[in-house]
Design a protein around this ligand. Structure first.
Ligand SMILES: NC(=O)c1ccc[n+]([C@@H]2O[C@H](COP(=O)([O-])OP(=O)(O)OC[C@H]3O[C@@H](n4cnc5c(N)ncnc54)[C@H](O)[C@@H]3O)[C@@H](O)[C@H]2O)c1
Length: 236
């Protein structure tokens, strides 16, 4: 298939999730070879190569990235999309819930970057980190999640500065509320109250986030070190 990403190889973490699946679809539509690093096996892995990897486990990450390079020869694109929430008010938040959210969302992304960066530099590639509007503004009950997502902003900007001269672009995307398994957990009451704070009066669709990812990968050739908000006008 003719596409703008023919011959390119991408790794997407959390490829089986709500947003991950749509990112995979967008990259595939441009002829990219896509590898998904999934925590648990995808029940319907459509068109991509799946590796079972816990991104918090450095040995697993290193082994799997090596296998990808041996098999496909290169890594051009890294999408750090895997993420978890373990919400609670700080009074009730356990140390375990703090540690595991930081370990997955922030350290997991760093583990991927650290392991893939030499290949990405060789390929003059692209990194995109899935942050969140909550990482910029904070949120009640999400101290761990918002700290991890704010950490990704710092990671993004530092990487952009460190690797810009090698023609590697690094950006973050900060979605608001998107219809995925992650937000399905919210109570109906909470969803209703949230929608009223969104100018467009609806949650976003994972496809809308994935199209932004594709734009940044394919066309955003002079964009780096940025955090692009996609939230339907939350609180404007
Ligand atoms: N849905 C939203 O409203 C929203 C808003 C802002 C940011 N985000 C961010 O977007 C990204 C995708 O979110 P989503 O809504 O699609 O979530 P999701 O829960 O549907 O998918 C998350 C994926 O990450 C994977 N994952 C979790 N821990 C992992 C680990 N240790 N190793 C490998 N994979 C792991 C899960 O298996 C799953 O496939 C996340 O980083 C999330 O924080 C989502």
């Amino acid at each position: 298939m003719e596409g703008k990403l023919n011959g390119k190889v991408a790794i997407v973490t959390g490829a089986s999730g709500g947003i991950g699946k749509c990112i995979v679809r967008e990259l595939l539509s441009e002829g990219c070879t896509v590898v998904g690093f999934n925590y648990v096996q995808d029940i319907e892995p459509t068109g991509y190569t799946e590796y079972i990897v816990d991104i918090t486990n450095r040995e697993q990450v290193q082994k799997s990235v090596k296998e990808v390079v041996d098999r496909f020869g290169r890594i051009d694109i890294l999408i750090n999309n895997a993420g978890i929430t373990k919400d609670n008010l700080v009074y009730r938040m356990s140390y375990e819930d703090w540690d595991s959210v930081i370990a997955t969302n922030l350290t997991g992304a760093f583990n991927m970057v650290k392991t893939c960066i030499r290949e990405i530099v060789k390929a003059e590639g692209v990194i995109i980190n899935l942050s969140s509007i909550v990482g910029l503004e904070g949120n009640i009950g999400q101290a761990n999640y918002s700290a991890s997502k704010a950490g990704l902003v710092g990671l993004t900007k530092s990487l952009a500065k460190e690797f810009g001269r090698k023609n590697v672009r690094v950006n973050a995307i900060a979605p608001g509320f998107i219809e995925t398994p992650m937000t399905e957990k919210l109570s109906e009451e909470m969803k209703k109250a949230t929608v009223e704070r969104i100018a467009l009066r609806r949650f976003g669709k994972p496809e809308e986030v994935a199209k932004l990812v594709k734009y940044l990968v394919v066309d955003g050739t002079y964009i780096t070190g940025q955090v692009i908000i996609i939230d339907g006008g939350l609180g404007v």
